[in-house]
Design a protein around this ligand. Structure first.
Ligand code: AMP
Ligand code: GLY
Length: 419
């Protein structure tokens, strides 16, 4: 089987790596990929936004399965184009991708189907927005409706900050058209958890749980990032009553709502939750695997990922067993100094060959004259598994210490708990 993985981050490295373990997969292309995917598989220098070129490539090479990693091509309708060209594609169509493309679309869906979420209101003009900022008290959350590379959510502590936030999104248009509509949302407290689920159009099957660390620095200090580390399973999910509530109050009404609304979702739904006093509420839906949750979660998958993906595409998840390893996994991201704000690229990465006991998933890297150079904010994700979470964590950090590049940093507290 020939597989095309679309994207270039740590998530796509992990997807390609998991697929490469399948005896059925004979060839993997990654488009456009990074240094690591180019070394292990074959990179294709085509932009995922060039839908015509992507389809032409997939047809020419006889691709049996295309997997779309990031949200932008999904929201732009690449899955529709590929399936229109007769290619099997893992990743939701454009209609279903609206759950990530529009926060208001998701909020409306959650409300109509009585799925627990924060109270909200939406605004399309700055004056009414400013008047409505105080409705749910402070802090308050402002969300640019559209895609904003993970930056469109502002948590404002008081009215002054909220007014500034409203002006930033709607006045200065800091996120462009993504801010034409703004969702004002009640601020929720509690602990965050993400659940990734496989969907085949009619069924939803949760993967093992994970936790992401969103802030740049230790003890959740610093700016929000795409994610600086993860571990799986999430310790919050030791609580069986909570797992049952999530199933009953969130997963079941979600898939029933999709079917009722005529949304044919085949791919991964990523549900961001806030949990307080055992009560789960939906923060967001994403329509793809999470990064760096995927690195930890797929490291624990024992079933052939190509079988699961094809079962999703063909609407046969009920016939597909999915097995997970009991061994926990820990992922630590190595980022460029300054990330998520301005950072330099082109630093030489040393020590990659010395890693023995962990998998290094490349993200922002490129190859030049045989050297691996940094080429993005999140550069590498180091994932280890172990008998216990502590062992996995210790291994991940031990192996990560062998790798270095100028100004690189990582958090030292991933999967670390006060005992
Ligand atoms: P989102 O992209 O909607 O998940 O928002 C990004 C991050 O903002 C989340 O992971 C939370 O940390 C935070 N967040 C979003 N909505 C809320 C909310 N209603 N209350 C508290 N924090 C929130
Ligand atoms: N780690 C969060 C995300 O992928 O959106």
């Amino acid at each position: 089987m020939k597989v095309l993985v679309i994207g270039n981050g740590g998530r796509e490295s992990a997807i390609a790596w998991a697929l490469s373990k399948s005896p059925k997969v004979e060839k993997i292309y990654v488009m456009p990929g990074n240094a690591g995917t180019g070394i292990s598989w074959e990179n294709v220098d085509i932009s995922p936004s060039d839908q015509e070129a992507v389809c032409a490539f997939a047809k020419e090479k006889g691709i049996d399965l295309a997997v779309i990693g990031p949200e932008d091509p999904l929201v732009a309708g690449l899955a529709d184009q590929l399936s229109g060209a007769g290619i099997k594609v893992f990743g939701p169509n454009q209609k279903a991708a609206q759950f990530e493309g529009s926060k208001a679309f998701t909020k409306d869906f959650l409300m109509r189907h009585h799925i627990p979420t924060a109270r909200y209101r939406e605004y399309t003009d700055l004056d009414s927005l400013k008047e409505g900022l105080g409705e749910f008290g402070f802090p308050v959350v402002l969300k640019a409706d559209g895609l904003a590379a993970g930056k469109g959510v502002l948590i404002c502590q008081n009215e002054e900050e909220a007014v500034r936030g409203a002006e930033k999104i709607m006045g200065e248009r800091a996120f462009g058209d993504a801010g034409n509509l703004v969702v004002v949302e009640e601020f929720l407290t509690g602990r965050e958890a993400s659940i990734l689920c496989f969907l085949d159009g009619k069924r939803i099957v949760p993967m093992e749980s994970a936790q992401d660390y969103k802030r740049a620095h230790d003890n959740d200090q610093g700016t929000n990032t795409g994610g600086m580390g993860s571990y799986s399973p999430n310790i919050l999910f030791d609580d069986e009553a909570l797992v049952e509530r999530i199933e009953k109050e969130i997963l079941t009404p979600t898939i029933e709502g999709f079917v009722e609304d005529g949304i044919d979702f085949r791919g991964v739904l990523f549900i961001g939750l806030m949990i307080e006093n055992g009560e789960p509420k939906v923060l967001e839906f994403n329509v793809r695997f999470g990064d760096p949750e995927t690195q930890s979660v797929l490291s624990r998958l024992e079933t052939d990922l190509s079988d699961i993906m094809l079962a999703c595409v063909e609407g046969k998840l009920d016939e597909q067993p999915i097995q997970w390893s009991k061994s926990p996994a820990v992922t630590v991201v190595m980022a460029s100094g300054g990330y998520p704000d301005a950072y330099e690229k082109g630093k030489v990465i040393e020590g990659l060959d010395a890693v023995e006991d962990a998998v290094v998933f490349h993200a922002g890297t490129r190859l030049e004259d045989g050297k691996v150079l940094t080429d993005g904010g999140r550069v590498l994700a180091v994932t280890a598994t172990g008998e216990s979470l502590e062992e996995a964590r210790e291994k991940a950090y031990r192996e990560l210490a062998k790798i270095s590049f100028e100004d690189g940093f990582s958090r030292s507290d991933i999967a670390k708990f006060d005992s």
